[in-house]
Ligand binder design. Structure first.
Ligand code: G3P
Ligand code: CA
Length: 299
């Protein structure tokens, strides 16, 4: 018996080792390819803002100042106007279909009556969601999430979807699946006042981007955000105005700050000076003009 392996044996062992290394590398590449990265705040909202830097502008209720709020005419008008971010409200019907609706009832924005959660999609589709705004919009229907995404997807724009009411894991998973089907998981932020509804989407998608909406600032904001598996807040500007240093505190924690719903240049100035990342407004065209003028004055 030879004391050392023959050169043939050494060659075979080297070849085997090379095959093993290549197999491991392929597995790592396949794994990375199969697990897309989480949507980053920068991907969805651009870089974190410094004080006095223009914020991203969100058209409230889909363009609710241009046409009846949360309807396809409002969405189309906002897209035609060139707004990059649309915010819409989503509520679940009795048969658990997400539709664009702000209020708990259909009374204010349609010619019908009753709670959204007590009406089927068929009943809601029979309502007129345009006449209350202007007779020119008579016959406009309440859109489903599906119909909204069909318009949003080819536009290349982004959206914040606000979950109204309470969403359970089944509704959260269906929402994520709908976003995936439209290829929109990376262009949409999911937002809600209700941390449990945000968490309901969390199990179905680790990569989705979530923001917790707050009327007031809790003492431990980081804990509140983490508890909702969110990566920032949408907060009533009045709460930030009382505690503007919170913007820097949030940024230091790697969390984003968006404020709602501001429609005057006095508020916009204070907001931009505080360094918030985004502003939700009913007046996106005026805010964009104001921010352009603000940036030029700063040059
Ligand atoms: O984006 C947050 C803001 O839309 C919350 O207020 O009442 O208009 O849904 P609301
Ligand atoms: Ca909203």
């Amino acid at each position: 018996m030879p004391a050392h392996p023959s050169s043939d044996t050494r060659d075979r062992m080297q070849a085997l080792a090379t095959v093993c290394v290549l197999a491991v590398v392929s597995l790592v590449i396949a794994f990375l390819g199969a697990a897309p990265a989480r949507v980053s705040a920068t991907e969805l909202m651009g870089d974190e803002r410094a004080p006095a830097e223009p914020a991203f502008v969100v058209s409230h209720r889909g363009g609710g100042a241009l046409a009846p709020e949360n309807t396809l005419p409002a969405v189309s008008a906002a897209l035609a106007a060139g707004f990059d971010y649309l915010e819409v409200d989503l509520a679940l019907t009795a048969d658990r279909i997400p539709v664009l609706m702000h209020d708990k009832t259909v009374d204010r924005t349609t010619d019908g009556h009753g709670r959204v959660a007590a009406l089927t999609l068929k009943q809601i589709k029979a309502l007129d969601a345009g006449s209350w705004f202007d007779s020119a919009y008579a016959g406009t229907q309440v859109p489903t999430l599906e119909e909204f995404l069909e318009v949003l997807a080819p536009s290349g724009r982004r959206a914040l979807l606000e979950l109204k009411g309470e969403w359970d894991a089944e509704a959260g998973a269906a929402l994520i699946e709908t976003l995936r089907r439209h290829g929109l998981e990376r262009r949409v932020g999911i937002v809600s006042f209700d941390p449990r509804s945000l968490l309901a989407t969390s199990g179905a998608s680790e990569l989705a981007f979530r923001l917790l909406i707050l009327k007031r600032l809790p003492r431990d904001i980081a804990q509140a955000v983490k508890g909702a598996d969110a990566r920032g807040i949408i907060v009533d500007w009045k709460a930030v105005a009382r505690r503007p240093e919170v913007v820097e505190e949030m940024h230091e924690l790697g969390l984003r700050v968006v404020v709602y719903t501001l429609n005057t240049d006095v508020e916009w100035k204070d907001t931009v000076e505080a360094g918030v990342d985004g502003i939700v407004t009913d007046e996106p065209a005026r805010l964009l003009e104001w921010q352009d003028a603000w940036a030029r004055a700063d040059e």
